[in-house]
Design a binder for this molecule. Structure first.
Ligand SMILES: C[S@@+](CC[C@H](N)C(=O)[O-])C[C@H]1O[C@@H](n2cnc3c(N)ncnc32)[C@H](O)[C@@H]1O
Length: 259
């Protein structure tokens, strides 16, 4: 016997939750989270944001965090489809922005192929949030003319094959998923000619009450991150602009170092 089609067609929203601080959510994201029947969320989405869901909404932790996927991407895709086909409004809530190292593109393709209506709501990606937290302009007249968002981690858990010479030439580097491969990344940039004294910073749990910051140089930052430990998501910024935050740190801005 064939199943009756739901009275109301389902749909999906791929929503960026920003870096963690609920106040960094867009108004549109907040509204859509409040309307959803089902919210499938990542590990990096904070409780304050999930609290916006309506009473009775199903909240499902799909547990994704860099290198630690409690649910495989294919299973997540199937789950979104199952709920949407049952006539529900599904929000796939992702840390930062869905289209910056968020695998939002794969979910979008799955939904489009299945004919499920889908919308995308951008979020503040970590690089922008970290720039704001450190008061580091990511581009700055006469100092940095480009911003590179790169991952230091590929599907084989290794350093991806970037154009190191191009990255070493200048501009600001915002490194996602970089903790494990940071020593290798720094070595490749040094070998490609980047100055060892280039300012660098690592920020863990950016915008959350547990945020921690470390300042160093391209030559030192990997060892500093290893020594400081910590398990939270970490972004590494490398480039001359980071020196602007360091100057502030020596003044009256209460920047603190990771324990
Ligand atoms: C799978 S990527 C997701 C990126 C996300 N879509 C975005 O736009 O920011 C996970 C990486 O983002 C960075 N990240 C996410 N949230 C962070 C936070 N609150 N503080 C520092 N880094 C964060 C870390 O580099 C982490 O390894």
């Amino acid at each position: 016997m064939s199943q009756a089609a739901p009275a109301r067609p389902g749909r999906a929203s791929l929503v960026g939750a920003g870096p963690g601080d609920p106040e960094l959510l867009t108004l549109k994201a907040a509204r859509i989270i409040g309307e959803a029947d089902v919210v499938l969320y990542d590990k990096l989405v904070s409780a304050g944001i999930l609290a916006l869901a309506k009473p009775g909404a199903r909240l499902v932790d799909v547990g994704k965090r860099c290198g630690r996927h409690s649910m495989q991407q294919a299973a997540i895709n199937r789950l979104i489809l199952t709920h949407a086909r049952a006539g529900r409004h599904v929000v796939r809530l992702k840390g930062g922005d869905p289209f910056v190292f968020g695998r939002g593109g794969e979910e979008l393709e799955t939904l489009r192929d299945a004919g499920v209506p889908v919308e995308v709501v951008p979020g503040i990606t970590t690089a922008l949030a970290v720039g704001a937290q450190l008061q580091v302009p990511l581009t700055h007249r006469g100092v940095s003319r480009s911003l590179h968002l790169l991952t230091a981690h590929n599907h084989a858990d290794a350093l991806p094959d970037h154009d190191w010479a191009a990255l070493a030439r200048g501009g600001t580097l915002a490194v996602y998923m970089g903790v494990r491969t940071l020593p290798l990344l720094a070595a490749r940039l040094l070998a490609a000619g980047m100055d060892a004294a280039t300012p660098a910073a690592a920020v863990q749990n950016a915008t959350l009450p547990t945020e921690q910051r470390l300042f160093g140089t391209l030559a030192t930052i990997a060892a500093q991150v290893t020594e400081s430990g910590g398990d939270g998501p970490t972004m590494v910024l490398i480039g001359a602009v980071v020196g602007m935050a360091q100057r502030q740190a020596l003044g009256d801005t209460p920047l603190h170092e990771a324990a």
